[in-house]
Design a protein around this ligand. Structure first.
Ligand SMILES: [Zn+2]
Length: 257
């Protein structure tokens, strides 16, 4: 065993958010607590010494500025540690890894139906229900680890909400640009893999059966068909597809708005 001859003469304050609290003792959960150390350890080592595995961490903020795992703690630092995006602005943000730990999944409020369909078009799991009751929306976001997207700031202030984002724009196209930028979604997009109507997964389907269902004018042009695995809606690459593809390409290249 290595013993330190130096006393733990320095202190910083830590706070862990959302599910990272699962790794902490009860007296350290959901609150600031003091952490004593000596020298200037890397923040990653301090986080792990506290008991939180570093792969669970997606964002570290010290004194309002995001830092990497290799940041060295200083006496008096106030450190906030996040698993994924939280319900308030943190900028500028330096992400610890190029891709988030988990697939980014959303749930949208009643007013954001068009944004939900646009996100689905890009392949994102975007739950949305007309007239969804707010309590049910929050409960589903917690149960399924979905980030709430909403125009309702009051909703985000609800004590139960752990992951949420207030959408600033009112135009659906600008809203989509906003969400792509905010969550750095370009690399995760899988356009045309999700049903825009119901959020189900789309897969290649039997051509003969699909031809029986599709309008006759489609038969000659299309020899590949896709079906939503949830609602059964049939998709093919018709003229509508070209328009949507141009839209998707524009959004992905940052020229969407
Ligand atoms: Zn569907």
């Amino acid at each position: 065993m290595v013993t330190s001859h130096k006393p733990l003469d320095r202190t910083s304050t830590f706070r862990f958010y959302a599910e990272l609290n699962d790794f902490l003792s009860a007296d350290r959960r959901q609150r600031d607590f003091r952490y004593s150390f000596t020298g200037s350890p890397a923040v990653k080592d301090a986080i792990e010494a506290i008991g939180v595995p570093h792969p669970e961490v997606d964002l570290i903020v010290v004194g309002g500025v995001s830092v990497g795992f290799d940041y060295h703690l200083e006496d008096g630092d106030a450190v906030s540690v996040y698993p994924v995006f939280e319900a308030f602005d943190i900028s500028p943000v330096v992400r610890l890894r190029p891709k988030p730990l988990r697939g980014t999944r959303f749930i949208l409020d009643d007013h954001l139906g068009k944004l939900a369909r646009a996100l689905r078009l890009l392949g994102f799991d975007a739950a949305w229900k007309r007239d969804a009751e707010k309590g049910a929306l929050v409960a589903r976001s917690l149960a399924e680890h979905r980030i709430i997207l909403t125009r309702d700031r009051k909703l985000l202030k609800s004590g139960d909400v752990t992951h949420g984002c207030w959408i600033r724009h009112t135009d659906p196209r600008e809203q989509l640009s906003e969400v792509i930028a905010r969550f750095d979604l370009c690399a995760q997009a899988r356009p045309f893999t999700r049903c825009t109507v119901c959020n189900g997964a789309i897969e290649v389907t039997d051509t003969e059966q699909a031809r029986r269902e599709a309008p006759e004018r489609v038969h000659e042009r299309c020899d590949e068909f896709y079906r939503c695995q949830s609602c059964g809606k049939l998709y093919w690459k018709g003229t509508h597809y070209e328009r949507l593809k141009a839209f998707v390409d524009g959004m992905m290249s940052g020229k969407g708005s």
